[in-house]
Ligand binder design. Structure first.
Ligand code: IYR
Length: 228
């Protein structure tokens, strides 16, 4: 049996000069290094087209077997955001009242978080990210998906980078449990809600916790490779 030839297309690749590569790498690291998780949002509107382009970046992510096992629900509707806030705060009150346990609450203390989630209503956009644990063919049979968590994590990271690059403030939020999002967003049972990304502008004078990133030597190890 002869192997079927896979269709290919030419690679669209920009070969940068070393100077340009160095500048772009440093600029991007500086840009991302200035991102902070924001919890105090303004209601200043953000055009849908801006969010659409950021989502376009997100869904460009690589994924296991190119199955793209994600779905993004971008919510700019006030009534829907209010429903999400109500349901999230109900879960979070139970979480902070004891379900989290003492150790988890101690780990969170430096962030100053609590059960109040006004940003879910105030910020112009709440993006709910779903992971398709498996696919479905046209006959309703399950299609196995590979590396779902990894793929959705990469897409979420690209979304956060894209929103920050567009000059927006971002917050990842994980109400626990978050099954209520399936119903509110009208998503099918094979998709699991995994995270909310809140996007908008910071409230005037917004402040963030005085916490720092770990030094690179703690999180990055080099094995070989020329320093040149
Ligand atoms: N889901 C809660 C608690 C929370 C948990 C972690 I881990 C955080 O880094 C931040 C918050 C909440 O959103 O408040």
């Amino acid at each position: 049996m002869t192997a079927q030839a896979r269709p290919t297309v030419p690679l669209d690749f920009a070969d940068r000069t070393p100077e340009e590569a160095a500048r772009r790498a440093a600029d991007f690291a500086d840009l991302m290094g200035r991102r902070r998780t924001v919890r105090d949002f303004s209601d200043r509107p953000v055009p849908r087209a801006l969010i659409a382009d950021c989502l376009r970046a997100a869904v460009s992510a690589p994924s296991g077997a190119n199955q793209q096992p994600w779905h993004f629900v971008a919510i700019g509707d006030g009534a829907t955001k209010a429903r999400i806030r109500l349901a999230a705060e109900a879960e979070e009150r139970a979480f902070y009242a004891g379900r989290a346990g003492a150790a988890w609450l101690a780990a969170l203390a430096p962030l100053g978080t609590d059960a109040r989630k006004p940003f879910l209503e105030v910020a112009p956009w709440v993006i709910v990210i779903f992971a398709a644990r498996h696919g479905l063919d046209s006959a309703g049979n399950r299609i196995k998906h590979y590396y779902v968590n990894e793929s959705v994590g990469i897409a979420t990271g690209l979304l956060i980078a894209a929103l920050h690059n567009a000059g927006l403030a971002t917050l990842t939020h994980t109400p626990s449990p978050m099954g209520f999002l399936t119903d509110i967003c009208g998503r099918p049972a094979n998709e699991k809600p995994v995270m909310l990304v809140v996007a908008g502008y910071p409230a005037p004078g917004a402040r963030v916790p005085a916490i720092a990133r770990k030094p690179a030597r703690e999180t990055i190890t080099w094995i070989g490779g020329d320093e040149r």
